[in-house]
Design a binder for this molecule. Structure first.
Ligand code: ZN
Length: 132
């Protein structure tokens, strides 16, 4: 497994259009928004250098992002690392006793293969692995 870079930082927001204004004011143009039905979420990506900021708004009152905001309020929800081979990365983490939320990759925004690692194994950080 090779970690290539910080792919993006995921921020849970109540209202994507409202929250986008800050980044637009900072001169960061969104690459558009997309609904990821499986995760009950609408996302927008704001590229910053070689990484991106991902804003996530729940599309359902009981989706994972809605539940996150209910518990923690709006804010940074996950950190995503880009890997060269996500299947190999998951195997390696599992072999090292790291608790995975997704044992197999699924498809996230932009057609990326993604998988989440449990915060219990990462010092409280919801870690996303992403391969594009
Ligand atoms: Zn993400």
């Amino acid at each position: 497994m090779r970690i290539l870079k910080i792919d993006h930082i995921g921020i849970a927001v109540k209202n994507l259009a409202e929250s986008a204004k800050l980044y637009e004011m900072l001169g960061i143009q969104s690459t558009g928004s997309e609904v990821v039905a499986e995760q009950q979420v609408k996302v927008s990506f704001f590229p910053v250098g070689d990484s991106e900021i991902e804003l996530l708004e729940s599309t359902s009152p009981d989706g994972p992002i809605a539940r996150y905001i209910e518990k923690n309020g709006e804010g940074i929800q996950h950190l995503a690392l880009r890997v060269d081979d996500i299947e190999a990365a998951l195997e390696e983490l599992k072999a090292n006793g790291i608790r995975l939320i997704d044992e197999k990759p699924r498809y996230g925004a932009g057609g990326a293969k993604i998988a989440f690692v449990h915060p219990k194994s990462t010092g409280g950080i919801l870690l996303e692995l992403s391969q594009r």
